[in-house]
Design a protein around this ligand. Structure first.
Ligand SMILES: [Zn+2]
Length: 77
């Protein structure tokens, strides 16, 4: 766990921290260029209690291209 994640989770009651981690693992950042998906948790972030879909910009670890990434929750199907 990163320091940022510890800091963010410190604001949540203990029983919700596992939920926040599990939910952060379901949120995926998907590269528009190659389709590579990384979870928010693996990127060192926390996303909890959010819905919908958003866009972010960044560099893809897989193809090394800087560009648009889709952020969406993996519903498991
Ligand atoms: Zn990529």
């Amino acid at each position: 766990m990163t320091r940022l994640q510890k800091l963010l989770l410190a604001f949540l009651p203990a029983h919700r921290r596992a939920d926040a981690e599990a939910e952060s693992r379901k949120w995926k950042i998907i590269c528009a260029a190659c389709g590579h998906a990384t979870s928010i948790w693996d990127m060192g972030g926390v996303r909890y209690g959010a819905t919908g879909k958003s866009l972010t910009w960044g560099r893809c670890k897989a193809c090394r291209k800087r560009g648009r990434h889709t952020v969406r929750k993996d519903t498991g199907n």
